[in-house]
Design a binder for this molecule. Structure first.
Ligand code: HEC
Length: 219
């Protein structure tokens, strides 16, 4: 009897340990660019990457690995922010990209923001578990907009008022896949107003932890 009471008392804290089904965020406003632009111009980035980030700087032509076009969606969506940060801090071996290890984290952040702004005015990086739904409020966008999923077969997008709801059709990831990254484009007429980058995890650990605390390990 004592154990039963103890168990009943524990239930609320167990359910609390599970990650929520729904997540919420606001679509951020315009990417801040002033500091990043200054750093970009003062540190020779345009020599290779070009003034407009098109990869057409005066030193670009002769390189074996030429700088990519930061204005191209197909190029940029395959570039998570962490990868840009590492490229700036450590350089990229086998290419002309030098390491800028003197920059502080906030300077590197200002630079990645500026590089993003070549493509879009607004950008957001989100993380969710495969079973969750993310509601992103895009009230900062005044005109009507539509949202396009890069992988419409795998992801649902619903727009209701200014809220964009994103979810995965299959609520888990394949056992072999730890995480998956996908993108949603917020379009106004034919202009890409914003990119929502979502990193999806299985969240197996959270679910396992919860199960473990309910069913104690006998070994
Ligand atoms: C001497 C030429 C050169 C200069 C100067 C240079 N880069 Fe690069 N950069 C490259 C090349 C080449 C690549 C590899 C090709 C690519 O990914 O665009 C690269 C790649 C990158 C990438 C990562 C792309 C990826 O593939 O992950 C970022 C971010 C970047 N550069 C930012 C900067 C910034 C910011 C500056 C200035 C502070 C700068 N670069 C200066 C040549 C240069």
């Amino acid at each position: 009897m004592k154990f039963l009471i103890l168990f009943l008392i524990m239930i609320p804290s167990l359910t609390f340990a599970a990650p929520p089904q729904e997540k919420y965020a606001d679509l951020p406003g315009q990417i801040p660019v002033a500091e990043g632009k200054k750093l970009y111009q003062e540190n020779g980035c345009p020599l290779c990457h070009g003034d407009q980030g098109k990869g057409d700087g005066s030193l670009a032509a002769g390189q074996t690995v030429t700088p990519r076009n930061f204005k191209e969606y197909e190029e940029m969506k395959r570039m998570p922010t962490i990868r840009m940060e590492q490229a700036i801090k450590n350089g990229i071996e086998g290419t002309a990209m030098p390491a800028f290890s003197q920059f502080s984290d906030s300077q590197v952040n200002a630079l990645t923001n500026y590089l993003r702004s070549f493509l879009v005015e607004s950008y957001v990086d989100l993380k969710m578990c495969a079973f969750q739904t993310y509601h992103v409020d895009a009230k900062i966008l005044k005109q009507p907009f539509r949202v396009e999923a890069d992988e419409p077969k795998k992801y649902n997008v619903e727009v209701s008022g200014t809220t964009i709801s994103l979810s995965r059709k299959n609520k888990t990831l394949p056992a072999t896949q730890k995480m998956h990254r996908t993108h949603f484009r917020v379009m106004q007429n034919d202009r890409m107003a914003s990119v929502i980058s979502v990193k999806i995890k299985r969240c197996k650990k959270e679910v396992d932890d919860m199960l473990k605390s309910i069913i104690p390990d006998k070994t």
